[in-house]
Design a protein around this ligand. Structure first.
Ligand code: UD1
Ligand code: CA
Length: 488
């Protein structure tokens, strides 16, 4: 077979998945940041195929929409009735037209751990041996439920027999059919027409292709892999969790081997598309999700959840919950910081304890250290926002912006009523409510001057513990005054 012969991958995803007991179709359930189907397609794309077909049926609107989002170039073939894997592949093949030649590879939409490299190696093995058909197999401890690979005395493959059709002797075979198959397209199109449904399940079995090829004395072979989990499918949520943990274990290990310190791999969850720089440390209880990227020499965690975030080199992100935001190089967040979408912390900037930020840009070295809400803001380089400050960005109808100039000092417990502008180098007083723009270098105060009414508690709240405490303090104060008066 020439190198130029096209490769077509057919992904089977029409089955019911009823054991998930879910409104969501099985293959759409997420694992490590991708749907199960997304993983299968990722493996399929790894062999640089000329065509990719996904066979859909159950809950097909959901699956179709998802496919259009994640891989719009996939051909969608509809299998109206789930008559078996052989029928599903025939439907997929038909969608590519009668003229299709080359190699067809079949994978399952519910097998998430299949590595692109494995599929590539399988395809290379199939082509280099010039086989009509190859099947990917593995030996497992518990082969129950799988099709068994029956071999002749000389080791050559003679058939795959389904559990329900197997003899007692065949059931003792521990080499299983992964379901992943490669075959010659022209041959397969014809052979699939010969597949019947006279078996224990009344289904058109894809696996019948193997005995058909053997009967025709065509070259057939098995490609056995050691890493059986790559062939495992998800049928229940119990398996979903187990496979997700295994996927995570592999991802975390890959990062550790690339120079990332992961203090507790068991409580660290990293999605498959995340990138992390060298000598970054991930502390326990941390989830790094979606398309998050983390630079080198950063510290993330403990107990942080970062989704689609960009974390710069040397940043420190402690007990932080953030999405679609940027933390610049050398910047710090946390503990207990909430970064909502559109937030950017400048280099060496800070969002400190109990701070919520949304759609706000902090310049280089700008700081919001304590107990604040900064929404729809622009905070200039080197500016500092005092503890307990609120950007009142919402007037009940519109969201408005608050601009704080470079090196400005907003004092504690301010309310900035947007839209409002505090100029470069301006100061505000403690407890101010800033409704009007502040010129560069000005001081704005808005709290009234303090008025103290002496003896108010004794007159208005007589006999209360407060009044008694005040009376005690005042009498001590009086005697102190006496002493001071007599000595001065
Ligand atoms: C199949 C294999 C079995 C193998 C096992 C590996 C056959 C006959 N048996 O069994 O040898 O060990 O997979 O997991 O092939 N599907 C469709 N349309 C259908 C039927 C199935 O799209 O009409 C899809 C399912 O969505 C699923 C895949 O094909 O992704 C496998 O179907 P399933 O019913 O799970 O096959 P098994 O009985 O497990
Ligand atoms: Ca199955």
């Amino acid at each position: 077979m020439s190198e130029q012969a096209p490769v077509s991958v057919i992904v089977l995803a029409a089955g019911g998945g009823t054991r998930m007991r879910s409104k969501t179709m099985k293959v759409l359930h997420p694992l490590a940041g991708r749907s199960l189907l997304g993983h299968a397609l990722h493996a399929a794309r790894g062999v640089a195929p000329d065509h990719v077909v996904t066979v859909i049926g159950n809950q097909r609107e959901q699956v179709s929409e998802h496919l259009a989002q994640i891989d719009p170039d996939v051909v969608q073939a509809v299998q109206d009735q789930q008559l078996g894997t052989g029928h599903a592949v025939a439907v997929g093949l038909a969608s590519l037209g009668d003229a299709l030649a080359g190699t067809v590879v079949v994978v399952y939409g519910d097998v998430p751990l299949l590595a692109p490299e494995t599929l590539e190696a399988f395809l290379d093995d199939h082509r280099s041996h010039g086989r009509t058909l190859s099947v990917l197999t593995a030996r497992v401890d518990d082969p129950h439920g799988y099709g068994r690979v029956v071999r002749n005395a000389d080791g050559s493959v003679s058939a795959v027999v389904e559990e329900k059709d197997a003899t007692d002797e065949q059931r003792t075979i521990d080499e299983i059919n992964s379901g992943i198959l490669a075959f010659d397209a022209v041959w397969g199109r014809d052979a699939l027409r010969q597949v019947g449904n006279d078996n224990a399940q009344g289904e058109y079995y894809l696996t019948d292709l193997i005995s058909i090829a053997v009967t025709q004395s065509r070259p057939v072979g098995a490609y056995e892999i050691d890493d059986a989990v790559q062939t495992e499918g998800v049928n229940t949520r119990v398996q979903l969790a187990r496979m997700a943990a295994e996927a995570n274990r592999r991802i975390v290990e890959r990062h550790m081997l690339a120079g990332v310190t992961v203090v507790d791999p068991d409580t660290t969850w990293i999605d498959v598309d995340v990138s992390i720089g060298q000598d970054t440390t991930i502390l326990p209880g941390t989830q790094v999700l979606g398309a998050t990227t983390i630079g080198a020499d950063a510290v993330v965690g403990p107990d942080s959840t970062l989704t689609d975030m960009e974390i710069g080199d040397g940043a420190s992100v402690v007990r932080t919950h953030g999405s679609l935001s940027v933390v610049g190089a050398g910047a710090t967040t946390g503990p207990f910081t909430y970064l909502r979408p559109g937030t950017t912390v400048g280099e060496r900037g800070k969002l400190g304890a109990f701070v919520e930020a949304k759609n706000t840009r902090l310049g280089v070295g700008a700081k919001v250290p304590h107990l604040s809400y900064v929404g729809d803001g622009d905070i200039g380089d080197g500016a500092n926002i005092g503890a307990g400050t609120i950007f009142a960005n919402y007037d009940g109808v519109n969201k408005n912006r608050t601009r704080i100039g470079a090196q400005a000092r907003v004092s504690s417990n301010n309310t900035l009523v947007a839209p409002v502008d505090v100029g470069d180098g301006a100061f505000t007083g403690a407890g101010a409510t800033i409704r009007e723009d502040v010129e560069p270098g000005a001081l704005a105060v808005s709290a009234g001057s303090q008025r103290t009414i002496e003896g108010w508690v004794a007159r208005k709240r007589p006999g209360t513990p407060s009044a008694e405490a005040a009376e005690r303090a005042l009498s001590e104060h009086d005697s102190d005054d006496d002493v001071q008066e007599s000595t001065s």
